[in-house]
Design a protein around this ligand. Structure first.
Ligand code: GLC
Length: 793
């Protein structure tokens, strides 16, 4: 089967008889027999299990759903005339012999007549899309945010290996991540369909046949989770509650990361650290790509180039620079190499059907692959990785080639559980179980700390273990443009902590593209500049003073806003909202359905980056400086322009021109943005003094600021507090009230209000935990990107 091919709906056998049982409805026809069961899982979440008589292994191998949500409460079907009805608290599901209808939170959806079928092990669910005007989620995808009219294949692949000739296009499919979640929009209502089947599948949202949504799985049984809206946020939160939310990362992981395939020796790493300091750029992490190893053997160092990695890593950390190494799953098949020998002794590797060790061909040559689905293998792996992290004084792990990439060797022969379980059941979950095992290793290496892991491949639920980067993109404007909808849909699909290779991985970047990519990506959840070997170097200083100054503005803005980003991560951990969001997340009007060249960070900051270069689009000259122009859609209400320092009225689209060092950035009326005012020295930040940047025109500002220790996992057992912040302007005075509660000491953070756009204000009335004080507001200035704005503080 080629990528993207489907099974023609006419090749499926459809049922024509319905029989009701005690807990299941049986649908049968000449060549097909299916059972449908309904389970109430959680508030606003129902599961429909589709069992196909032809499926040989009916076990659910997916690890997507959190164990506590797997059992649920079975809903007994009732016959109403010739229709079987599952009436549940979350919604209602009706089945007749040829059709499925459902309704949740006011959203109705039905299959077309004959829209349920089986073809061997394959399952077809074919929904009528006529009332649907938008489709979102779909996991990691290329192309646009709205997937209506598009189709997606669920098979994790090493994109560059399988699309050699097309990687530079922006419409390849499949990708590295498989999350079959479709969020349907009808007017202002949303409904989520999460198809929990770890095998190969396709979702076609009206591409092959307009007006029809096809879900086709090729094997195994499918659990369809119905996630009620009515809002997009409710669907996203329910999916996150079902499959898990990202744990809080360590603060340093939210800073700027610098990577390259590869920094090749200790001297180069030290030089890099010095170059960042000389360029007045903070950096929180430097990364080791594959060449740090001895002959690509995992858990080794090339000692000629890195004589004492632990000393080097400690030295960098003392300067606030953390280190992360790449860890691929492929283990060199070399008797005498301790990792291979011990894995073999533990029967830790994947096998073929006849029980041979499955062999692939990756960087080290002939390679074997840990079977991470086995607990014994995960323990073995965690032991090796934890020891390596500890011995080398490393802070993070970068999981790559886990799609899994097996070189010229086909993956299909790779089987699991000592050869007993066919490849397809775990192909899309290979990275997931690798991430699970690796997270355990990080916890072993540092029992009190917060792990940081980054993975290329993932499936639903992997966000519980690791952040995701969107793989091998290329240095061109199309890939910059694509990175927005890709990261936004990935965030809607549960992977909040994600981002692209800023600057582009393959091909040579140019100065303007590098600057614009930094601006577009500097407020993404994950912010890393990475490039491939043989490409032009793309560290921020490689293109001279003007691009460096513009990139410095982007990086510094990231650090100034790190407390805000951290708060977004905290809120995500509690409720599941993505860090960056399409505008549709908060503004469900039709003008936002397809809008994917601008985004919100949290609910208060709007970013509309320039996504084209000189000569490619609208341009204007301001004060003798060339600026690129784009339309910016401002949602209703007032927005504060953080380049020009002025209020703009929203509810319209306006042309906006930005010079090379400008990023169109707007704060919502009613925003309170925590801002780090201190010195910028890599990840060394003292967040006990925070400025609250307040944007109040017609709206009071409100913000819940979570309080914790920034570094341990104590918050997981409830040891955190919240500072409830409100600010309003009344009678010529700024009135700010901060009330702390929860299981955390009070007054650990000193908040200083800063207000924008109100030169007339003279006084601040600040009440902190019941203690009120009146103080004068003084004129001052604050930096945003390369702009300095007047404020009152
Ligand atoms: C893969 C990764 C890339 C890495 C390279 C070498 O292509 O996606 O990020 O630099 O392998 O390890």
């Amino acid at each position: 089967m080629f990528f993207g091919q489907k099974i023609h709906p006419l090749n499926f056998d459809g049922p024509d008889r319905l029989t009701i049982g005690t807990d299941a409805v049986e649908l049968s026809g000449a060549n097909v027999r299916l059972w449908v069961r309904c389970t109430e899982i959680a508030d606003g979440c129902l599961r429909l299990r589709f069992e196909n008589e032809r499926v040989t292994d009916g076990r659910q191998h997916s690890d997507a759903v959190l164990p506590e949500h797997r059992p649920g409460r079975s809903v007994v079907p009732q016959m109403e005339r010739d229709t079987a009805v599952f009436a549940a608290t979350a919604g209602r599901v009706e089945l007749d012999a040829t059709r499925l209808r459902l309704e949740l939170a006011g959203f109705s959806l039905a299959t077309v007549t004959g829209g349920i079928g089986g073809c061997g092990e394959a399952l077809l669910l074919n929904f009528d899309l006529s009332a649907v005007d938008g489709c979102y989620g779909f996991g990691e995808r290329t192309k646009h945010l709205n997937k209506l009219g598009d189709s997606a294949e669920y098979l994790t692949v090493d994109v560059v290996a399988v699309f050699r000739h097309t990687y530079a296009r922006d419409d390849y499919d499949p990708t590295y991540v498989a999350i079959p979640l479709a969020i349907l929009k009808s007017g202002e209502r949303f409904l989520g369909l999460f198809f929990d089947n770890p095998g190969r599948a396709v979702m076609d949202a009206g591409k092959s046949r307009p007006g029809e949504f096809w879900y086709q799985s090729l094997g195994g049984n499918t659990d369809l989770y119905l996630l009620a809206g009515p809002t997009l946020a409710e669907v996203v939160r329910r999916h996150a509650a079902l499959t898990g939310r990202a744990p809080l990362p360590p603060l340093w992981a939210l800073g700027y990361h610098q990577c390259r395939w590869s920094y090749r020796n200790a001297t180069e790493l030290r030089e890099l650290a010095a170059q960042f300091a000389a360029a007045d750029l903070p950096v929180s992490a430097l990364w080791y790509d594959i060449d740090y190893m001895d002959g690509f053997r995992l858990f080794t160092w090339n000692r000629a180039e890195f004589p004492d990695p632990a000393a080097l890593n400690r030295e960098l950390k003392a300067a606030g620079i953390h280190t992360v190494t790449i860890v691929d799953p492929g283990i060199k098949r070399e008797p005498g190499y301790a990792v291979y020998d011990s894995g073999q002794a533990r029967e830790a590797f994947c096998r073929t059907a006849s029980g041979r060790e499955y062999v692939g061909k990756v960087w080290p040559g002939d390679t074997v692959f840990p079977d991470f689905t086995l607990k014994t293998t995960r323990d073995w792996w965690a032991g090796w990785l934890a020891e390596f992290l500890r011995d080398s004084a490393l802070d993070g792990v970068w999981l790559d080639m886990n799609d899994p990439a097996t070189g010229y060797s086909r993956t299909e022969e790779m089987r699991f559980d000592h050869g007993a379980v066919p490849h397809d059941r775990y192909h899309n979950q290979y990275a997931h179980f690798m991430a699970l095992a690796s997270r355990r290793a990080c916890e072993q290496a540092d029992p009190n700390g917060r792990p940081f892991l980054l993975t290329r491949s993932a499936c639903a639920g992997t966000q519980r273990h690791s952040a995701v980067w969107t793989g091998d993109n290329a240095s061109n404007w199309r890939h910059l443009r694509m990175s927005l909808p890709c990261s936004l849909n990935l965030g809607l699909s549960g992977v909040a902590f994600n981002g692209p290779d800023v600057g582009g991985f393959m091909d040579d970047v140019r100065a303007e593209l590098l600057v614009r990519w930094h601006q577009a990506g500097c407020l993404f959840p994950f912010y890393r500049n990475h490039s491939a070997h043989f490409t032009r170097r793309q560290e921020p200083w490689q293109f001279g003073p003007a691009p460096l100054a513009a990139i410095r503005g982007a990086i510094r803005t990231r650090y100034r806003l790190l407390p805000y980003l951290y708060q977004c991560f905290f809120a995500h951990w509690l409720a599941g909202d993505p860090i960056i969001r399409p505008l549709l997340y908060h503004y469900p009007g039709p003008e936002f359905s397809d809008l994917d060249d601008q985004y919100l960070v949290g609910d208060a900051l709007l970013v509309a980056p320039i996504l084209h270069g000189e000569g490619q689009g609208l341009e204007s000259i301001r004060h003798g400086v060339t600026a690129q122009e784009r339309p910016v859609v401002l949602p209703p209400g007032w927005w504060f322009d953080l380049n020009r320092g002025e209020w703009l009225e929203g509810g319209r689209s306006l042309p906006y021109a930005a010079a090379l060092d400008e990023l169109p950035l707007f704060a919502r009326d009613g925003a309170a943005l925590p801002y780090y005012p201190g010195p910028l020295k890599n990840s060394l930040m003292d967040l006990s003094a925070i400025e609250l940047h307040l944007f109040c025109r017609e709206q009071p500002a409100r913000f819940d600021y979570f309080l914790d220790d920034w570094e341990t996992r104590r918050h997981e057992s409830g040891a955190y507090g919240v500072a409830r912040i409100t600010a309003e302007i009344e009678g010529g005075r700024l009135r700010v009230v901060i009330a702390e509660s929860g299981d955390y000491p009070t007054d650990t953070v000193r908040f200083s209000p800063v207000v924008y756009g109100h030169p007339e204000l003279r006084e601040l009335e600040l009440t902190i935990n019941g203690r009120a004080a009146i103080q004068p507001l003084r004129a001052g200035q604050r930096d945003w990107l390369c702009r300095t704005l007047d404020v009152q503080a």
